[in-house]
Ligand binder design. Structure first.
Ligand SMILES: Cc1ncc(COP(=O)(O)O)c(C=O)c1O
Length: 442
């Protein structure tokens, strides 16, 4: 499988690649050169089935004509407009479209450029909201073990993935963590939401007792934890967390960067679980991953707390040069239209039972110790090689790529989140290839 040299740059040294084993990659590069629908094309001319929607983001599949055309048109019409004290129509249109798609009550939209920025924005809004209401002592932030909220300082502080935190100093102060919800043994090989673990939300009471509710601004959780290896909320857990946040006047933030835009078969996880947060962070599927953009959705109550004082004054000293920029906004509008017109969220819900059965058929495959799934998301957890954690799953990733499927691994967990346009034959290909890969692994 020689690389087609005309598709591969001669010098790979300058680019310090993110979340990548750089030296391993540069010895044996895996270059994608084009994409269409469910497939990538590699530099050596192979089709690779996209089992991960890029990085959980290309929910409508690749090369979607509406989105491509919207970007083309917008670039030629209004390439950029200042984001501060000026506006352009598409950002307002997208904000309205997003509000209309979001759970009732999430009435206002603050644009960012990524999931990480959405998280920082939501944490800042939560703290500033309390201050605006005269509760300036509420500054503490509560995250959760194994949580992933991007890579900026706020996000890694409330996040709970140890490797993403431990070499970066003391992080934000005033942060505490709920326990994660993974209960192997009790919930192993559960299809959908696990039965056990709702009581873990009660740990918030312990944290409140320790610090005092009057010092706590917000709790942030992924309604379904993705990047840590797909951990589903136990039945009743999110409802309990909502209850406790309301009881103690704490803002509940759902980080919907992965779960937003149809991943679970509903527009948002908040719809799916029927639990409404106060703030929601989004990114990724907002533009089908095609162009960087994120958005924070806020309830009217939060937004309105800022809309006070003299009208000529800025209400929130926060924003980005590219907040709601014209090209991202055009891409976002075309993406939401694509989801709607092609009924992709309903499609994901309809395909979910087939996905679930196919994934769980791997229960007897070699090395498999757990399988978890919901909507069009799935995880296969492998027994680690003694003394060499992550190696078995990483080898599976490399072998899978050789055999024409793109999966993702985190620790010794294989995670999959295909585009919502996936057909049954693609699911069969993914699962069939995975079985071959697992059977051949040491
Ligand atoms: C739940 C969650 N929050 C935040 C992020 C960070 O998003 P980004 O990589 O766009 O900064 C991610 C990325 O996977 C995520 O899954």
């Amino acid at each position: 499988m020689a690389l087609d040299r005309k598709n591969v740059p001669n010098d790979l040294s300058a680019f310090w690649m993110p979340f990548t084993a750089n030296r391993q990659f540069k010895k044996d590069p895996r270059m994608l050169v084009s994409a269409d629908g469910m497939f990538y094309k590699t530099a050596d001319g192979r089709d690779v089935l996209d089992g991960t929607a890029g990085l959980w983001c290309c929910n409508a599949g690749h090369n979607q004509p509406r989105i491509v055309e919207a970007i083309r048109q917008q670039a030629g019409e209004l390439d950029y407009a200042p984001a501060f004290q000026m506006g352009h129509p598409k950002a307002f249109e997208l904000a309205s479209a997003l509000r209309d798609m979001a759970p009732k009550g999430m009435d206002h939209v603050f644009f960012t450029n990524s999931g990480s920025e959405s998280v920082e924005t939501a944490l800042k809004i939560a703290i500033a909201y309390h201050r605006a209401r005269g509760e300036g002592s509420r500054t503490r932030l509560i995250g959760r073990e194994r949580g992933y909220h991007g890579v900026n300082f706020g996000g890694i502080s409330v996040g709970g993935i140890v490797t993403n935190r431990k070499v970066f100093g003391s992080l934000l102060t005033g942060v505490d963590h709920l326990p994660h919800t993974h209960l192997p043994g009790e919930n192993t090989f559960t299809k959908g939401q696990p039965e056990h673990g709702a009581h873990l939300a009660d740990e918030l009471e312990r944290i409140v007792a320790l610090h005092g509710a009057e010092t706590i601004a917000a709790v942030i959780v992924e309604p379904m934890a993705g990047s840590t290896g797909v951990l589903l909320p136990p039945k009743g857990y999110l409802e309990r967390l909502r209850e406790l946040c309301t009881k103690h006047g704490i803002i509940l933030i759902f980080d919907e960067v992965i779960t937003g835009f149809g991943r679970l078969g509903s527009a948002f996880a908040a719809d799916h679980f029927n639990v409404l947060p106060d703030l929601m962070t989004t990114a990724k599927g907002l533009t089908n991953g095609v162009i960087p953009m994120g958005a924070v959705l806020a309830t009217g109550e939060i937004h309105d707390a800022f809309m006070q004082g003299p009208e000529h004054l800025i209400e929130l000293f926060h924003g980005y040069t590219y907040s709601g920029n014209p090209i991202s906004s055009a891409a976002g509008l075309a993406t939401l239209e694509t989801y709607r017109e092609e009924g992709l969220f309903e499609r994901a819900a309809a395909m979910a039972p087939y996905w679930e059965e196919a994934l769980h058929s791997l229960k007897d495959a070699r090395h498999v110790v757990d399988i978890r799934n919901m909507g069009l998301i799935g995880a296969i957890e492998l027994e680690p090689i003694a003394g060499e954690p992550t190696k078995r799953a990483f080898t599976a990733f490399l072998k899978a790529y050789e055999k024409g499927i793109l999966i993702r691994t985190t620790g010794d967990i294989i995670a999959m989140s295909p585009p919502l346009i996936i057909e049954k034959e693609h699911i069969d290909q993914l699962v069939g290839t995975l079985r071959e890969v697992l059977e051949a692994l040491d």
